[in-house]
Design a binder for this molecule. Structure first.
Ligand code: BGC
Length: 808
């Protein structure tokens, strides 16, 4: 069943009923200020850090779901309704939500009044702006009252929902004209506040939640609105809100627009006050002046549209399959931007307080983002590398506001360091900016202890080598990519976090995943070492990789597939000898991507085992059989009920590794088939089962052992976005930047016969026409009409256009 459709022209997903199977959200914002907004207007916004600088309050596990953040009420005579449907669940005559690239437009109508809210965060602004357009579609005059509502979060989102003995006494606001200022804690150490203004005189306002709603009322029954009378309340403690009341008279056919601005403002510490006790509002007034006319807002919308057009035209495909085109051209890169911005911090499944930027996650997010805004990728690399320790290990997460490693989580995830090499290599391939390797970057943010970025990579590489176990395979530490495979944890105590508890300091548990990752990383690392003039290091690295490959083949092969790990006791994990969890997806994907076993048939065997044992119609599950009981020696993975999350769920993030592996062995049909099983646009018709947004990937889909098979969770913030982009764009469509040229090597099987790709890279444009007749052994290329050898097209000077004909 479908709840809307794609509008490819407008690059929007159009939701046509408010009753979607789950709130379907969008992200507004570009660099510093971000909003989450659902199709019924729920959500919240924050400046840089969803934990420390949250503007709006949001209750995650609430019932009903998705109330809070913002609301807008219309009072038409005695009839009170909410055009976004929530929170009053008003019966609407029409409803539509258009989630676009950085914009969300929600329109509802009732009894001859239509209200359209267009939300965006304009480029360069730290504010969410909303244009409300009211239209009288009836034949009589309408006299309306409009009430806005936002509920302020007291900045620190964790404190906001835990420290009530303090919080109920600290809320403060100021009012000036039509602007409401949320200034809690400004009197002491904060030099920032929120402003909520509207470009029109108001008939009244409210800032105290209890006065506006009534103590025992929900957002669907606000007393002030039901009575049609704002109270002009001034919050003092308790729960500060912002609500304007506008009186609007509309002749038949008349429309009027208003612009609401919800902004974050920071003052220089020495300029905090206008006069004693009165907040300096100058920057807020200037912000609101920039949106005092609707034309200014429309210009901001146009600017944002152009911005996205110029980003998306960097890489486009035209194929006969419109679902493929819309994923590759629009929605997948869009999600990559969101994951780059958010890492795993704030979504409808990530509360914004638990996790900051992941070391591993953010490096992977770069892979799908780097072609969009390489300068931001560069900065991100420096930020991530600055949280690395001098021994090459890394903080697992850092806070975006402070850019400091997060001590609560600490380090010890032994795959982390290698991801830095993978991220940096992707950046350099895209940009040719080898100079980044010579940048001085601190360890653990200590400016007194710095080294070049290349030295950081060297330490990453050697960290793995210095931490090998009894079989010559890398020690897993707290966990590798699979955060939930905790082989040193041995937790029998509830409330003890699996990922930060190491009850045994073992140097025995080894990861075949990290081994595969090491072999995968080595060619790029060695090339970069050579580039830096460290030829011996390059040679040594390649030798280490050969040894690692040998160790995988000797100790990491189970007969039909690659093993997953050795546990603390040296027992096999992911072997046919095991009771549960006999085969895991991760090592099959990563070892084959690295080329292990490609020459001797083991790669094919491993991938066939994936097809036989792990592939399902909804995607490839993580392991089989699912763990049916808790295994103390394996940790969190076995804590999940069968079929969910890492215990035999379809953990979409690792599916593209198998797709890429399939292209490595030349099986494009299989790769593309797996692609279609998890790509949103192909799942639109089963939205009632899948439940999450059909325009983005979800982290997890319940596997075949689950009660709710096929149901997705954790949409938006997942490494699936970046890796699936890499799988489809780089390996299946087959166009990928390498250090010294653009690789053109499609592997898509028979279904897509012909397609064209336009790719901008290092300032030149490559127009690639693929005739996918599958007649030849490998792709044959003509570059600007000339037949060339191989599949690597040397980079052209910036400004040039290169025409490539590729026949397969
Ligand atoms: C984490 C990833 C991890 C994955 C698998 C995600 O929630 O963000 O870092 O690799 O789970 O455990």
């Amino acid at each position: 069943m479908q709840y809307g459709h794609f509008d490819d022209e407008a690059r929007e997903y159009v939701i046509t009923t408010p009753r979607t199977p789950y709130p379907w959200i969008n992200y507004l914002g570009n660099e510093d200020f971000f909003s989450l907004i659902s199709h019924t207007g729920g959500g919240y916004c924050f400046y840089r850090d969803a934990r420390f600088r949250r503007l709006l309050r949001y209750r995650y596990n609430n019932s009903p779901t998705d109330v809070g953040g913002r609301a807008l009420y219309i009072r038409d005579g005695d009839d009170v309704w909410t055009p976004a449907w929530m929170p009053m669940k008003s019966e609407l005559d029409s409803f539509e939500c258009r989630h676009g690239l950085g914009t969300t437009k929600i329109r509802g109508s009732r009894n001859g009044v239509s209200a359209e809210m267009l939300y965006l965060v304009p480029l360069g602004e730290t504010a969410e702006v909303c244009r409300l357009t009211l239209t009288n579609e009836s034949s009589s005059v309408k006299t309306l009252k409009v009430f806005s509502l936002v509920e302020f979060c007291l900045w620190n989102a964790w404190d906001d929902q835990t420290n009530f003995q303090r919080n109920f006494s600290i809320g403060e606001v100021e009012i000036e004209g039509s602007a409401i200022y949320h200034v809690t804690e400004y009197r002491e150490r904060r030099n920032h506040y929120a402003v909520f203004g509207v470009n029109s005189p108001i008939a009244g306002f409210d800032t105290d939640r209890e006065t506006f709603l009534g103590l025992y009322n929900g957002l669907h029954e606000p007393e002030a609105v039901l009575e049609g009378a704002p109270r002009n309340s001034i919050a003092s403690g308790w729960a500060p809100i912002g609500s304007h009341c506008l009186e609007v008279e509309l002749a038949p056919g008349e429309s009027r627009s208003f612009v609401f601005v919800l902004g974050y403002v920071e003052n220089p510490v020495e300029d905090k006050w206008e006069r004693p006790g009165v907040v300096n509002k100058e920057p807020a007034r200037a912000l609101m002046a920039r949106f005092s006319e609707t034309a200014q807002l429309e210009a901001a919308v146009a600017e944002l549209r152009d911005h996205w057009s110029s980003l998306l035209e960097i890489s486009t495909v035209e194929s006969p399959d419109e679902r493929l085109n819309r994923m590759v051209n629009t929605w997948n890169p869009y999600q990559c931007m969101v994951t780059f911005n958010m890492s795993r911090s704030a979504s409808y499944f990530e509360s914004g307080i638990g996790r900051g930027m992941g070391f591993r996650d953010s490096n992977q997010d770069l892979l799908g983002f780097v072609h969009l805004v390489p300068e931001r990728a560069r900065q991100r690399i420096i930020d991530i590398a600055s949280t690395q320790f001098a021994d090459g290990s890394a903080y697992h997460q850092y806070q975006p506001l402070t850019k400091r490693g997060n001590n609560d989580i600490g380090s010890g995830f032994n795959d982390d360091p290698l991801w830095l090499i993978i991220g940096v290599a992707a950046y350099i391939k895209e940009t040719g900016d080898f100079d980044i390797l010579s940048e001085e970057v601190p360890f653990d943010n200590d400016e007194a202890n710095t080294a070049t970025l290349f030295e950081h990579l060297r330490r990453s590489f050697h960290f793995t080598l210095e931490n090998l176990g009894p079989h010559g395979l890398p020690l897993i530490g707290r966990a590798d990519w699979n955060d939930c495979l905790n082989l040193n944890c041995f937790s029998e105590t509830p409330d003890e976090p699996y990922q930060t508890t190491a009850n045994r300091e073992g140097r025995t548990a080894e990861s075949i995943f990290i081994a595969g990752q090491f072999v995968y990383t080595t060619p790029d690392y060695a090339d970069l070492a050579e580039y830096m003039g460290f030829a011996e290091e390059a040679t040594a690295a390649r030798e280490h990789s050969t040894q690692m490959e040998a160790a995988i083949l000797e100790h990491g092969w189970d007969g039909e597939w690659f093993l997953r790990a050795y546990d603390f006791f040296g027992q096999k994990v992911g072997s046919h000898e095991c009771e549960d969890g006999q085969i895991f997806i991760e090592p099959q994907g990563f070892c084959v991507m690295a080329g292990v076993g490609v020459d001797d048939g083991r790669a094919l065997r491993a991938l066939d085992s994936v097809a036989e044992r792990l592939a399902t119609p909804y995607g490839i599950v993580l392991n089989q059989p699912a763990f049916s009981r808790y295994h103390v020696e394996l940790g969190e993975i076995s804590s999940y009920p069968p079929g969910y999350k890492e215990n035999a769920g379809i953990f979409c993030h690792n599916n593209p590794w198998v797709m890429i592996a399939e292209t490595r062995v030349g099986r494009g049909d299989r790769a593309f088939d797996y692609y279609k099983r998890i790509a949103g646009a192909y799942l639109e018709k089963i939205s009632d089962v899948h439940r999450t947004e059909p325009y983005v990937y979800s982290q997890m889909v319940a596997g075949r052992d689950a009660v709710r098979e096929g149901e997705a969770k954790n949409s938006w913030l997942t490494g699936t976005a970046a890796w699936n982009y890499v799988a489809i764009a780089h390996h299946i469509l087959g166009i990928r930047p390498e250090f010294d040229g653009l690789r053109v090597s499609p592997c898509i099987g028979a279904e897509i016969q012909n397609f064209t790709v336009s790719r901008r890279c290092r300032g030149a444009v490559y127009r690639i026409r693929v005739t996918n007749s599958l007649k030849h052994d490998g792709p044959l290329l003509k570059v600007n009409g000339e037949t060339t050898k191989g599949t690597l097209v040397p980079y052209a000077p910036a400004g040039e256009t290169v025409d490539i004909d590729c026949e397969t």
